[in-house]
Design a protein. Structure first.
Length: 151
């Protein structure tokens, strides 16, 4: 029974480590998604600001600068989107591992419960057997004394 308790503590510790790892991965994913959304919002604001300026008067050097910056901003968004996808994958994998560890803990608990139930059943059977033997002896002893008193 002690070995099962040790196994349960080990499984719980492993599950707790996996839960912490999942939480870190999930928080990283949320932060990266927020950064992506900020970049996207900045790009929309930048496009809106410059499209208004281009409608007034577009100097060619200004247009080139705008397009160059937009290219770099698009590259940054693409890179951030890839980073977000990688973070989502890491968080999903961490969640799968966490679920596996949770199942392991539940399995060990169930096994421990079954063993405890079996121990109670065995104890009850031994007690019942002892009581039956004692009752049989009492009946036997009283019948032997009853026979002895008739002689």
């Amino acid at each position: 029974m002690q070995s099962l308790l040790t196994l349960l503590r080990h499984a719980q510790d492993e599950r707790d480590r996996c839960a912490a790892a999942w939480q870190v991965a999930h928080n990283a994913q949320l932060a990266l998604e927020a950064q992506y959304e900020q970049l996207l919002a900045f790009r929309h604001e930048y496009e809106a600001r410059w499209s208004h300026q281009f409608s007034e008067q577009g100097q060619i050097e200004l247009v080139r600068s705008y397009h160059g910056f937009m290219q770099r901003l698009t590259q940054a968004l693409d890179h951030q989107q890839g980073t977000v996808k990688a973070a989502v994958t890491r968080a999903a994998k961490a969640r799968v591992v966490l679920r596996e560890r949770e199942v392991r803990v539940a399995s060990v608990r169930k096994l421990l419960e079954r063993r405890e139930q079996q121990a109670r059943t065995d104890s009850h059977r031994r007690e019942q057997k002892f009581n039956d033997e004692m009752a049989s002896r009492v009946v036997h002893d009283s019948s032997v004394q009853g026979l002895a008193s008739t002689f």
